[in-house]
Design a protein around this ligand. Structure first.
Ligand code: ZN
Length: 393
C-alpha cells in the first residue's frame, strides 16, 4: 500500500480508487493474466438481486409481453434460499450473507456466522463494543478488495439495509444500520448508491456523528438526480444517497436503478484489476409484502430488468464479466392467474415463502451456477471466481 493511500485508510475515509490496485497480490493485473502462474485474472462480477423476486415475478413480465434480459442469459438454475433458522422463513439478511460469504446463517445476521448469536447471548455488551468481531465471515467482496479489485453496492432501499450490508460489513443484527455505514467508510467501498442518507447524516443518527463531513471531502457525494446527472467518474469514490431511507417506487424513482448501475460501471471499470458490484432491486420485495396489483409489480420487475440490460450491455464490451441475476427469497407467494380473461396476480401471504428462486448467469464461468443449488453454494462459487480457482470436484 502506498504511503498516501495508507494514511487515507488510517483516517477512516473511503479509499480512493487509485489506492485499490496496490493490495496483497501486488498490484493490477493485465487482461493477459498472471504469466508466472498461467492463471487468468478473475472476471468482473455483477450480481443483481431482485429482492423477493421469485419465478412468478419474471413470468408476469414475460406474459405481459416484455422482452427480458434474462432470456439472453445462457445459464439458468434454481436456488434453495433457506437460512440456518429453517423452518423459520428466511430473511434478506441471512439470504444475502449466504450469497456474500458462502455460509448459511441466522435471520438478521449481516456477514456473521451462527456463533455470533451465541456470543450476543453470552455478553451482548462486549459484542457491541466491537460488532465487526462477532464471528465475521469474509465475503467475496473482502477477497476482491484484497486482490485490488474495486467494489460497489447499489440498492433502491437504504444502502445500509440487509442485502447490501451483508457484502461489506459484519454486525450481529440487521437493525444496526448506523454501524454498517461506519464499516463501509472504514473499508473504502468505491461505489455506494441508493437511499439511507439518515444513517450517515449527523442530524439523523442517534449518536449525532456526521459521517458525511469527512466522507464528502474525499469522495464524490451526490444527493439528488441533478447532481447524479452531472457526475463524471474520476479516481475518487462515489457516494450517492438519494433518499433519507427507502427510495420511491420505480415509477417515481430518480435516478433509476438502471442509471445507477450504468454510472457505477463507468466508475468501477476504471480499475484495470477489475471489480465486483452488487445491484439490488428492493421494489420487488415491497410489491410482495404489500400485495401490489399487477401494474405496480411490473414496474419493479421492469426496473430490475432494465438494470440487467445495462449489465449485459457492459459485458458485451467487457467480455471478462460474469453477470448473475438471482433472488434472496420469494415474497408474497405470488401466483399468476386469469381474471376476466386477462392476466392477474394473487398472493398467498404478505411475508416471505420457502419456494426456490430462479438464477440466471452469463459470462466466464457462468455454467458453474446452473442446476439446483443452495444459496450458500452460490457464495462459495463467487469466492472461487474471485480467487480465479477452478470449481472443486
Ligand atoms: Zn422482505
Amino acid at each position: 500500500m502506498r504511503g498516501w493511500c495508507k494514511s487515507f485508510a488510517i483516517l477512516s475515509v473511503v479509499a480512493l480508487g487509485a489506492c485499490a490496485p496496490a493490495a496483497a497480490t501486488g498490484g493490477p493485473r493485465s487482461d493477459a493474466g498472471d504469466s508466472a502462474t498461467g492463471q487468468s485474472p478473475p472476471p468482473n462480477i455483477i450480481l443483481l438481486i431482485g429482492d423477493g423476486a421469485g419465478l412468478a415475478y419474471w413470468s408476469a413480465a414475460k406474459l405481459a409481453g416484455d422482452s427480458l434480459a434474462i432470456e439472453r442469459m445462457p445459464v439458468a438454475g434454481l436456488v434453495d434460499t433457506r437460512g440456518s433458522d429453517y423452518p423459520r422463513l428466511v430473511d434478506s439478511a441471512a439470504g444475502a450473507t449466504a450469497f456474500a460469504s458462502g455460509v448459511r446463517s441466522y435471520n438478521g445476521a449481516i456477514g456473521v456466522g451462527v456463533r455470533c448469536r451465541e456470543l450476543m447471548r453470552a455478553d451482548s455488551a462486549a459484542v457491541m463494543r466491537d460488532p465487526a468481531s462477532c464471528d465475521p465471515l469474509p465475503s467475496f467482496f473482502d477477497l476482491a478488495r484484497e486482490r485490488g479489485m474495486s467494489t460497489g453496492l447499489i440498492t433502491t432501499t437504504n444502502i445500509t439495509d440487509a442485502t447490501p450490508a451483508a457484502f461489506a460489513s459484519h454486525v450481529p443484527d440487521r437493525s444496526m444500520q448506523a454501524e454498517v455505514a461506519q464499516q463501509y467508510i472504514r473499508k473504502g467501498i468505491d461505489v455506494l448508491m441508493g437511499g439511507g442518507r439518515d444513517f450517515f447524516d449527523g442530524t439523523a443518527r442517534a449518536d449525532g456523528r456526521d459521517l458525511l463531513v469527512d466522507l464528502c471531502q474525499r469522495a464524490v457525494c451526490l444527493s439528488n438526480a441533478e447532481e447524479f446527472n452531472a457526475y463524471r467518474p474520476d479516481d475518487r469514490s462515489v457516494v450517492g444517497l438519494f433518499a433519507p431511507r427507502l427510495m420511491p417506487a420505480a415509477a417515481e424513482r430518480e435516478p433509476s436503478l438502471a442509471m445507477m448501475t450504468r454510472a457505477a460501471l463507468a466508475k468501477l471499470s476504471r480499475n484495470p484489476a477489475g471489480f465486483v458490484l452488487m445491484v439490488e432491486e428492493e421494489g420487488t420485495d415491497e410489491a410482495g409484502h404489500h400485495n401490489w396489483p399487477l401494474p405496480q409489480l411490473l414496474d419493479e420487475v421492469r426496473s430490475l430488468n432494465a438494470a440487467t440490460e445495462v449489465a449485459l450491455a457492459f459485458a458485451q464490451t467487457h467480455p471478462n464479466t460474469l453477470v448473475i441475476v438471482v433472488a434472496d427469497h420469494e415474497t408474497g407467494g405470488l401466483t399468476l392467474k386469469r381474471d376476466a380473461d386477462t392476466l392477474a396476480v394473487a398472493y398467498s401471504t404478505t411475508g416471505h415463502t420457502h419456494e426456490m428462486v430462479p438464477l440466471f448467469a452469463a459470462g466466464p464461468g457462468a455454467e458453474r451456477f446452473g442446476g439446483v443449488k443452495e444459496n450458500w453454494e452460490i457464495g462459495r462459487l463467487l469466492m472461487d471466481v474471485v480467487r480465479a480457482e477452478q470449481p472443486k470436484q
